[in-house]
Design a protein. Structure first.
Length: 340
């Protein structure tokens, strides 16, 4: 089945009514292409098998249903109100939006594509361990001593470095396949639906407003993060818990949610401009941005910055550190596996 990465109801906020057909259409902006004024909110971000589990065909329907009922509908209930400048969020609506924003970030194609670089780092770490005889011997000795301390005996003799290597190779074969990558992503989506980010919930909740002739775009990776440097420039690609991080989500062509998560070391924040938000929407986009009208200046932003903030390689990268000892540390019990 085709799954939605961006909710249809949010996309509809950025649609226009065709004067003759009376249908809802979007203007779609894509790098290297001319704007297309006839994209449907129903199909604009549908991807075949996006939430599919290679081992369980029922998972995709379950994920789509839960996202619609648990995450999207509580926000859809007040979506029409966000365009009103007098609209004030209640605590219940903030809770709904916290879950909505978190899942919008997680369920984008750009986020899923960022799994690849992470897996490449994992493969590097496994290979570094297998090519290190000293680490193989250290793990083998550690496991033998643990077995002795627990009174366990191995019928085929002590654990050797060669046996450790064979076990690690089996782990690599299980985890480093396209099916494993997809399954890991879908399992993460299922787990994250019940998560409420405490620092995001405790944000300072703001709105940025603009005019219809200078609207916000909605990218197919619509939740963007940034921090403003001392010189006033924005650095895009911050994690939700990093110092001075700001979060933005356009919710209509004239209204954008702007959050200041409750992180330490926060400097006074200034309101981002419409261009800064649109620059981020284009940069985070996996393929497309959407709006309710055709504007040359929006197309220019997409042509210049579309897809520039590629997740996993240019933003949201794993920390720059030496991963040569990771597998050894995990097998020795020094590091937890989820620290990858």
């Amino acid at each position: 089945m085709k799954s939605h990465t961006t909710p249809k109801r949010l996309l509809k906020q950025f649609s226009y009514k065709h004067p003759v057909e009376q249908s809802d259409w979007l203007w779609q902006y894509s790098k290297g292409k001319k704007p297309n004024g006839k994209k449907s909110p129903t199909s604009a971000t549908r991807v075949d098998g996006f939430y599919a589990d290679p081992n369980d065909s029922a998972i995709e329907v379950d994920v789509e249903t839960r996202l619609a009922q648990e995450i999207e509908q509580p926000v859809n209930d007040f979506m029409d109100e966000v365009c009103d400048p007098a609209f004030v969020l209640t605590d219940e609506q903030k809770l709904a939006l916290t879950r909505y924003i978190f899942m919008l970030f997680q369920r984008s194609q750009a986020r899923r594509s960022g799994q690849g670089p992470m897996m490449a780092v994992r493969a590097h770490a496994f290979t570094a361990f297998l090519n290190n005889p000293k680490q193989l011997a250290t793990v083998a000795a550690h496991w033998n001593m643990e077995a002795m301390a627990q009174g366990r005996r191995f019928s085929d003799g002590p654990i050797t470095p060669e046996r450790v290597a064979e076990g690690v190779k089996r782990m690599m074969r299980v985890h480093d396949t396209p099916d494993a990558l997809q399954r890991s992503y879908v399992e993460g989506i299922k787990d994250q639906m019940s998560h409420v980010d405490p620092l995001l919930l405790a944000s300072e909740w703001r709105w940025v407003r603009t005019t219809p002739d200078d609207p916000f775009m909605l990218g197919d990776s619509p939740v963007i993060t940034f921090a403003r440097a001392v010189d006033g420039k924005l650095d895009y690609g911050m994690g939700f818990h990093e110092p001075n991080v700001e979060v933005a989500l356009p919710m209509s062509p004239t209204a954008c949610l702007h959050l200041l998560p409750a992180v330490a070391n926060r400097r006074p924040a200034q309101t981002p401009t419409t261009r800064e938000i649109n620059w981020g929407q284009a940069g985070y986009a996996f393929e497309h941005c959407f709006c309710n009208a055709e504007f040359d200046h929006l197309d220019a932003i997409v042509q210049e910055n579309g897809g520039a903030f590629e997740m996993g390689t240019k933003t949201y990268r794993l920390p720059h550190e030496n991963y040569n000892n990771h597998v050894c540390d995990i097998l020795m019990g020094i590091r937890k596996p989820q620290k990858w």
